[in-house]
Design a protein around this ligand. Structure first.
Ligand SMILES: [Mn+2]
Length: 386
């Protein structure tokens, strides 16, 4: 049996205030295309697994809901027989995601967002699919004997595994879950990593022929026959767009699952670039990234004023500009004295303004400007006392 794994779609996410709807639409169309291609080749996918974080927020923007609704319709068009399994992640509102779930079941769209009947699988051609939505690791804890309390997630999985063991009539079993497996690699775009208490030992998955995980955004193997597909798009600058993928999983009862990465091509790459301001402003060293989502790490020793304004015409999607090197150097010298001056409330507001002007202008504060500032200040005070 052939299945396709993804998750952490984060539909409706804003990336540095930028809507990603066009990027996400482009990405979802590649999933539909993959389903379509394999159906046309005569060896169709039996199921698509979406392992949590369908949406980025519990109340997603209308465009995101529309996007997901269209996606489901397109999948059904491409392959009417396809089963679609969906669990809620920590970013989803379980209640909202479960809208019309009972009805969608009839359409082979299986949405599970609660722990009710969690041991009951959906069986497709003899293979059992167990769905475990995101569960707060602290669920079920009383606060007493914290150390003795079992990890709620591991307890749930143990329950499911025991059901799977009893259900030995099934050819194979697949578990979908949204959680953090101990020893895995995180990235900046995941939210809610609270330390080791929430981590699950990958041994708990040994009962299943295959475990499809969501929550961590990098593709990775998290144990024997346990895989994170990762998010299909890069959602932070420490992720690499080039490594984004879906997973084609061929379940082979005798030899175990065969996992193949299907690359996803982003509409915009997400890239972190390092160089001097001149490299970006004058040179053509980074020209190939001019339309990508770019973060620039400026290596100059002195602070560049209004860099984003200057570079916007060169890099249309410049989202972040950092000049830590210059800031560290400034901070170590006269910035410390300035901070001291401001934070210890030394001087009055006119002296602060004079300092601000001398920061902006090479030849220091201008007498005329200081006079004008004083005049405005007096007027404001008069207004307030009137
Ligand atoms: Mn996620």
């Amino acid at each position: 049996m052939k299945i396709l794994q993804t998750g952490d779609l984060h539909l409706g996410k804003l990336f540095y205030e930028r809507s990603l709807i066009p990027d996400q639409k482009h990405m979802l169309s590649q999933i539909v295309q993959e389903i379509k291609n394999e159906a046309a080749s005569g060896s169709p996918y039996k199921a698509l697994l979406v392992c949590g974080d369908v949406y980025d927020r519990s109340v997603p923007p209308a465009e995101a809901v529309e996007l997901f609704s269209n996606f489901l319709a397109e999948l059904k068009n491409a392959s009417p027989e396809l089963h679609i399994f969906i669990i809620s992640g920590n970013h989803d509102s379980a209640n909202r995601l479960s809208y019309a779930a009972e009805l969608l079941d009839f359409q082979r769209i299986h949405i599970r967002t609660s722990f009710e009947n969690i041991e009951t699988p959906v069986v497709v051609d003899g293979t059992s699919f167990y769905l475990f939505p995101f569960c707060q690791p602290s669920a079920g804890r009383t606060g007493e004997n914290e150390a003795d309390a079992p990890n709620a997630q591991e307890a749930f999985i143990a329950k499911i595994a025991s059901a799977a063991r009893k259900n030995s009539g099934a050819e194979q079993s697949v578990l979908l879950a949204h959680l953090f497996t101990a020893g895995s690699v995180t990235s900046e775009s995941e939210r809610g990593v609270w330390g080791t208490a929430e981590q699950v030992d990958s041994k708990v998955f040994s009962e299943f022929s295959y475990t499809a995980l969501g929550h961590l955004h990098r593709f990775q193997k998290a144990g024997k026959n346990v895989y994170y597909a990762g998010s299909p798009l890069a959602y932070s600058f420490d992720e690499n767009s080039a490594e984004k993928c879906l997973l084609r999983v061929e379940l082979e009862p005798d030899t175990g699952p065969v996992v193949t990465k299907i690359p996803v091509t982003p509409l915009h790459k997400v890239v972190r670039l390092s160089g001097t301001f001149a490299d970006f402003y004058e040179g053509d060293r980074f020209l190939e990234f001019k339309d990508d989502f770019v973060e620039i790490n400026c290596q100059d020793d002195t602070i560049v004023e209004n860099p984003v304004l200057l570079l916007k015409s060169h890099f249309s999607n410049l989202l972040s500009f950092r000049q830590e090197k210059a800031i560290i150097e400034e901070t170590s010298s006269d910035m410390a004295a300035r901070r001291d001056f401001i934070f210890q409330a030394k001087g009055n507001i006119q002296e602060h303004f004079a300092l601000f002007l001398s920061d902006l202008q090479q030849d220091g504060a201008d007498e005329e400007e200081l006079k004008l500032f004083k005049k405005l200040l007096d007027e404001k005070e008069k207004d307030e006392t009137a």
